[in-house]
Design a binder for this molecule. Structure first.
Ligand SMILES: Nc1ncnc2c1ncn2[C@@H]1O[C@H](COP(=O)(O)OP(=O)(O)OP(=O)(O)O)[C@@H](O)[C@H]1O
Length: 585
């Protein structure tokens, strides 16, 4: 008898959520959505139709707003801090000056573009002018139309602030009201789980589904253990960080369980409770039963959607079937029995039959995947931290160099490898031969048609030469003795090259007038070449102009030096002896 009653009860269709009377009759595969550029957004930002179509349509423009005058400047609208963090420590006057015309938002943040739009708000990527870090700021689309709407909007911010920080809960930073709108500042994530999943290749993805399940169970455990129920868990309300960690967000419907104890409060709160998204809504919510089991159901539907790439029905037969414990086998048959079992438990029609979050976390299959997930996240986050540390060091180095421009002049750091090799095979004569004409300068420009030659590099070499040429006579004019101290090259007039040349002993200079140029001893290029075992004598004999292009370029000049009038290797040698001894002094 009881079985017969139960069967007849289970056949009675559940009432449909009030928002969705248009029923979809069956389960279907997810339709792929592609991002498009929104005409109303900045160049860099885009929002996908999914973001818009998966939410309720935006409210019509508020009719209760005070009219804005185009003729007279508006006084700065009052800024009201809503979060305790902001009330306790408002930004200093240097960052936010209330007497200024600009809003609190524009004074305290640099807007980096629109991240997305929901049904009630727009989310911007911002850089805080206070600490220089990047955040997300959600601003309600419309001004409040009355106290009821205002209170509901405020509740989201207040609820969010009340939650203790947790690695899988979106971190709250601040909230304020300005110009009749609510602003909530949170940590910045990469995107929402919904958009992330839609950008993945189509088809079931069970490993990802396990990862999502583990992260969201941790988030729910945190909420439930603190006496809260989310009541609006769905992929659109979950955010994903760069490392792939899921963060539960959007606490507009957060419900505090302990309020149930007071009868008067219970009635008040229940009247105030809004319906969440009907696609993910647990059946008992329609009967006014609010509890942690509702979140378990919503999580079950979300994981089913993500694992099977299934369009979740928002009404109709499919909606009813899901709430009667029926899993569409045409979608779930690709999943392992482990995941099917877990989903079946989570989607039990009666809340009392569903396992609690703690019971789910204790399941061997969940524990196994949770371990894997922890290790994955640890590795991913460590790698990301290391990468950002490296970037920081490079940035710091670059800034440091910009403070000491003379350092940058001395270090010939970034010409392309090819141009380095070519430069190093230049005859030393070309560097401090008596030259002052543009033709002679052209010798240093190596090969202007060479695409490997960096323009900055050739420019630098040219400029070095022009500096040198001012102290050297023109070709053809009587040449002074190179031994004369007046013409001994110094560190300064050798410029970049001095650091290379002076690292050498005269033995580096070959009798044919060519020279082996080395970078300073600490140079990694030097180390690389040493490791390669490049021998100046052997390479010198091996290389020929014909094979040069195919062989690895050597640091030793192998070609005949460019014919230059009045070039005397002997003078060059002595010049180096002089320079080296000067350096020792
Ligand atoms: N902290 C964040 N970091 C990065 N992107 C975010 C963040 N918060 C929101 N977004 C992006 O902005 C979009 C809209 O945000 P959100 O869904 O919170 O607005 P909403 O008005 O509450 O929408 P709904 O009420 O329909 O859930 C999200 O889909 C997501 O892509």
């Amino acid at each position: 008898m009881s079985v017969a009653v139960e069967t007849s009860v289970s056949r009675v269709p559940l009432p449909l959520p009030t928002h969705f009377s248009h029923a979809e009759q069956s389960f279907s595969l997810k339709k792929r959505r592609f991002p498009f550029y929104s005409s109303s957004t900045s160049n860099s930002s885009y929002c996908s139709p999914a973001q818009l179509s998966h939410s309720l349509p935006p409210l019509p423009p508020s009719k209760g707003c005070p009219p804005l005058s185009r003729m007279f400047p508006q006084p700065a609208s009052p800024w009201t801090p809503l979060s305790c963090s902001l009330s306790k420590s408002p930004p200093p006057n240097a960052v936010y000056d209330p007497s200024k015309q600009q809003s609190y938002f524009s004074q305290c943040y640099t807007n980096l573009g629109l991240l997305g739009r929901g049904s009630f708000g727009e989310v911007y990527k911002v850089q805080s002018n206070l600490d220089g870090r990047q955040y997300a700021v959600k601003r309600s689309t419309n001004r409040f139309r009355g106290n009821g709407e205002r209170n509901r909007s405020m509740r989201e911010a207040r609820n969010h602030e009340r939650l203790c920080p947790h690695p899988h809960i979106l971190n709250f930073v601040a909230a304020w009201e300005e110009c009749g709108r609510l602003y909530i500042q949170t940590e910045l994530c990469s995107t929402s789980l919904l958009l992330h999943a839609e950008n993945q290749p189509p088809g079931p993805d069970e490993p990802a589904a396990w990862a999502y399940l583990c992260d969201l169970l941790s988030a729910l455990q945190h909420l439930h253990s603190h006496g809260f129920v989310h009541l609006d868990l769905k992929p659109a309300n979950v955010l994903i960080t760069d490392s792939g960690r899921l963060k539960l967000g959007d606490f507009g419907l957060l419900f505090e369980l302990k309020q149930k104890s007071t009868e008067s409060v219970e009635g008040k709160v229940k009247d105030d409770i809004q319906e969440g998204d009907p696609r993910y809504m647990a059946p008992e919510l329609l009967r006014g039963e609010y509890g942690p089991a509702a979140d378990v159901f919503s999580l079950g539907v979300s994981i089913l959607e993500l694992a099977c790439n299934m369009e979740v029905p928002n009404g109709g037969e499919g909606w009813q079937l899901l709430r009667q414990g029926f899993l569409p086998s045409e979608f779930t048959r690709g999943l392992t029995t482990e995941l099917q079992t877990v989903l079946r438990m989570m989607l039990a029609s009666e809340p009392s039959e569903r396992p609690t979050v703690s019971e789910l976390l204790a399941l061997p299959s969940v524990r196994k995947h949770r371990w894997k997930r922890r290790i994955y996240l640890m590795l991913a986050e460590t790698t990301l931290t290391l990468v950002s540390l490296c970037q920081l060091v490079v940035c710091f180095g670059c800034r440091l160099l910009s403070f000491f421009p003379h350092w940058t002049k001395r270090v010939p750091c970034t010409p392309p490898k090819g141009s380095w090799d070519k430069a190093l095979t230049l005859p030393l004569s070309a560097m401090h031969a008596d030259s002052g004409s543009p033709e002679d300068d052209a010798v240093f420009v190596l090969d202007p048609t060479d695409t490997e030659m960096s323009p900055t590099f050739s420019h630098r070499v040219k400029s070095r030469l022009s500096v040198e040429s001012t102290s050297t006579p023109l070709p053809g004019s009587p040449r002074p003795n190179h031994r004369s101290p007046a013409h001994t090259p110094t560190y300064s007039n050798l410029g970049d090259w001095s650091s290379c040349i002076l690292a050498q002993t005269p033995s580096s200079i070959h009798s044919n007038g060519s020279c082996r140029l080395l970078t300073p001893r600490a140079s990694p290029i030097h180390a690389e070449l040493c490791a390669d075992g490049l021998n100046e004598n052997s390479t010198q004999s091996q290389h020929s102009p014909s094979t040069k292009s195919t062989q690895r370029r050597s640091w030793v000049r192998t070609e005949e030096p460019l014919p230059r009038p009045n070039f005397e290797p002997k003078n060059l040698l002595s010049l180096f002896e002089d320079t080296t001894s000067e350096g020792h002094l």
